[in-house]
Design a protein. Structure first.
Length: 348
């Protein structure tokens, strides 16, 4: 048996590898290793979540952002982008429409838009929770204080997505300007966990300056942090950012990491991301086949979708919410999975 197959088996049996073992596996994996890991990962996923696929409707409610992350099309420094902000009423209407399509989790995502102060976010959460008490609310609105996260939680937010982007501090500093810090990012994640959120972290695969050592750090960080959700997508360049000429991340490495995260944290909720579906037409299907169990279709009004361009060529920006919902259901059926009407909580 090859060394890499032994390492994949070890990860499956013990849910952990040392830094050296991670390095060795990640720097020498073959396609055969990747497919072996995918098969093992899918077996584990099936044993916990069956063939169920949880869907989350994403409402991209503002593309205004005070931050200047070098990789992102919404960065404050991108003056070519037409900015928008949905009203509270519009956000509510997106969720209402989503409920009718069978969504039982709403993900409210935006740039870091200070117009949405704590009170406003809490009001939005309370209204949705009041009318749809059986639904979960996930926030993905960036770095906030402990008090803010606490207020959102008390208003009814259930989950929070905040990718750590990289567990390597020096790498973090090459992806963000000086006024953002790795320490604050990590502080946010631990605050969210301590407040009882189902917490999601994650990375872009192939972000500029990422090395195998960085990914080893990511795996060790996640082994310790034990996120309930893990967002993994390839880095994709955006033409109005400093990283416009940087190469895309590797599709195969993204799939491998989905599988390895599943083997390391068997119960995690792992989406087959929109970025994975953007880099390859059947990316989300292959993501599921590699161990993902969540898909996050768009619930934003069609009129604003093209303005929420984190990276170039993002898919599903011309379709209505109903079309996205139907499309995902069909795509999953073709590969033998079922989209379920459920909150889709983390199974401890
Ligand atoms: N402002 C919030 C949520 C929106 S960005 C936040 O930053 O958390 C959501 C995620 O999109 C980011 O965490 C990042 O990992 C991803 N993203 C941004 N630009 C990207 C790019 N060029 N390619 C791939 N993913 C990108
Ligand atoms: Fe803003 Fe999030 Fe984009 Fe950074 S990644 S610029 S915080 S929207």
């Amino acid at each position: 048996m090859s060394d890499n197959i032994k390492l994949i088996d070890k990860l499956k049996n013990e849910n952990t590898l040392s830094g050296d073992e991670w390095f060795s596996l990640l720097s020498s994996f073959t396609d055969e290793n990747r497919l072996y890991a995918a098969k093992a990962a899918r077996e584990i996923t099936d044993s916990i979540y069956g063939k169920d696929i949880y869907i989350r409707g994403i409402v991209e409610f503002s593309n205004i952002c005070k931050n200047d992350c070098y990789y992102c099309g919404l960065r404050a420094g991108n003056s070519n982008l037409e900015r928008y902000r949905l009203t509270e009423e519009e956000i509510y209407e997106c969720c209402k429409e989503g409920y009718e399509y069978g969504f039982r989790t709403f993900v409210l995502q935006s740039g870091e838009d200070l117009h949405f102060d704590t009170e406003t976010i809490c009001r939005i959460i309370s209204r949705i929770k009041n009318d749809y008490p059986e639904c979960a609310i996930t926030l993905s609105i960036g770095e906030k204080t402990y008090e803010e996260y606490k207020a959102y939680k008390e208003s009814g937010a259930d989950r929070y997505l905040l990718r750590h982007e990289t567990a390597n501090k020096a790498h973090y500093e090459r992806l963000h300007p000086e006024n953002m810090s790795w320490d604050n990012r990590i502080r946010c994640l631990y605050d969210l966990k301590s407040l009882g959120y189902q917490t999601g972290c994650g990375i872009m695969i192939g972000s500029p300056y990422q090395t195998t050592e960085c990914i080893v750090d990511d795996m060790l960080f996640m082994a310790d942090f034990k996120p309930e959700m893990i967002g993994l997508g390839p880095f994709l360049p955006h033409s109005d950012t400093p990283f416009r000429d940087e190469p895309k991340g590797s599709y195969e490495l993204t799939l491998l990491l989905i599988s390895l995260c599943r083997l390391m944290l068997p119960h995690a909720l792992i989406p087959a991301t929109t970025a994975l579906g953007t880099i390859k037409p059947l990316g989300r299907e292959e993501g599921v086949q590699a161990g993902a169990n969540v898909i996050m279709p768009n619930l934003s009004p069609v009129a604003v979708r093209k303005k929420y361009m984190l990276y170039d060529n993002k898919i599903c920006t011309g379709d209505s919410s109903g079309e996205c919902r139907g499309c995902i259901e069909k795509r999953m059926e073709v590969i033998g999975y079922n989209v379920v009407i459920s909150r889709g909580d983390f199974k401890a």
